[in-house]
Design a binder for this molecule. Structure first.
Ligand SMILES: [Zn+2]
Length: 311
């Protein structure tokens, strides 16, 4: 047994410290903080929203990602549905790609939620503290496993007010819009009674289908492709921030679960998260990002064709 121990020791010395897996402990503790009462439901323009943003930005600095320009905060002003001004702040960080630093994949989640209504806090644990914590975990993983292409890790504000943060982002992108090749958006990824996670986007962007099919074959959740066709509520394309990317013809995949009884209710709480399912979802999405990064040449062709079609 001794030689095995020696071999293990030599391997440990030869291999730089690497996080081999998504950090499940950190994932759950980040979700707990972001959905705590102190965040007051994270509504755009509120102190609770600013506290959530400060937490995410501290985590980004701990991970060691940098801003695209001088600040992680990207403020914007947008109109609310009622016509008033909304002051929002997106959070934008970057990890440079090893092979193609000038091509970008945007990994995103909205961090805002509904706030406090009639004295009741809407915690939005699943919607979307879960996606926000997941993007932090994925960013951490890529810091240890540098990607081929550059990645923008983005937390959008104002999704609940009509995707206003994502629309501001694609309207005034931090890098040239034609260099943004794909978006992977996470919104509600931490609970489902039957263990199902949806992936939307392969219908409008068939280039994503082989990647999702091979992912589904090995995923530790029931990965179902759909919710991306038709005109009714069952088409989710415009129901979260990927909708803003789709309007710019940027190929996307959205990951999320079916609505549950606590959707947009004060009962969307940390206690109702399913840790095992959540962790497997994040692993699955992380693996998708890895496959996408390795296959991005194919997606670039679709992106270029989309750009030409616009002229
Ligand atoms: Zn949401």
């Amino acid at each position: 047994m001794l030689h095995l121990a020696v071999a293990a020791l030599l391997l440990a010395i030869a291999t730089p410290a690497r996080a081999q897996a998504i950090d499940s402990t950190r994932l759950m503790s980040d979700l707990r903080v972001l959905s705590a009462d102190s965040m007051e439901g994270r509504r755009i323009g509120t102190p609770g929203n600013a506290r959530a943003r400060a937490f995410i930005e501290n985590a980004i600095r701990r991970i060691g990602l940098r801003p695209v320009k001088d600040s992680l905060s990207a403020p914007f002003i947008a109109k609310s549905r009622a016509g008033t001004d909304l002051h929002g702040v997106n959070i934008v960080s970057m990890l440079r790609g090893r092979m193609h630093p000038d091509r970008y994949i945007v990994i995103s989640a909205h961090y805002d939620h509904l706030g406090v209504r009639n004295g009741v806090t809407y915690s939005g644990a699943d919607d979307n503290a879960s996606g926000s914590a997941a993007v932090l975990a994925i960013a951490q993983w890529y810091k240890y496993h540098p990607p081929e292409n550059s990645m923008l890790f983005v937390w959008f504000d104002g999704e609940e007010s009509g995707l206003v943060g994502a629309k501001a982002f694609v309207g005034h992108p931090p890098v040239p819009i034609e260099k943004i090749v794909a978006n992977v958006n996470l919104d509600m990824v931490s609970r489902n009674a039957t263990g199902e996670l949806y992936a939307s986007g392969a219908s409008p962007y068939p280039v994503m289908k082989p990647l999702l099919d091979s992912l589904a074959a090995t995923a530790r959740v029931k990965l179902i492709l759909g919710h991306d066709t038709g005109t009714g509520q069952s088409n989710w394309i415009q129901q979260s921030d990927q909708g803003a990317f789709h309007l710019k013809k940027i190929p996307f995949v959205y990951f999320g679960v079916e609505d549950h009884p606590d959707y947009h209710k004060p009962t969307d709480k940390f206690e109702r998260i399913e840790p095992g399912f959540y962790y497997r979802c994040v692993q699955t999405i992380n693996e998708f990002v890895r496959l996408l990064d390795l296959a991005l040449d194919r997606v670039v062709l679709v992106r270029v064709a989309g750009l030409k079609g616009k002229e």
